[in-house]
Design a protein. Sequence first.
Length: 186
Amino acid sequence: MSEETTVQHNEAWFTLTGDVNSDMVHRVFEAVAEMAADGLDTAHVLLQSNGGYVSDGLCLYNFLANSPVEFVMYNGGAVASIAVIVYLAGQRRYASETARFMVHKSHATASPGARPDALNIIVEGLRADDARTESILRKHIELAPEQWAIHQYSDLHLNAGDARVAGMIAAVGDFAPPKGARLRNI
């Protein structure tokens, strides 16, 4: 009689809130290092963020998308701006019925009295950031032409139903850790 081996599926539940910045990058790096050391297979993450810095968001996207841990992302309220890119790193994604997403082009404020050469540097940086984030958006979601047109010049807001149609989420669903599960904040 042969002995069968079963692979135990290890999963855990986390919350991640706040601005997308170097502090969040550090917290996520530390948390994922612990997840990997613990042999975690799947991390369910409730993300709540209004955005932050593009470079930090892109770093988190690349890090999470290539992590040995599978990330299941949830939006229970608001995921906006560069936080949408972080959210898209999840291999599976869900949003509560009342959740909202917002995407927009990059923006910056120039110093008063900025010279034209300094303004050109800012504009080129914004264009580069927009190209990087838009390539990730287009890889993961399919917006209607009217939605891309809004995104071109304004904030594009999506509710959970809109996000489902666009393929941003697999289904409308809540972050609901099972009874007895340990909930950790990253």
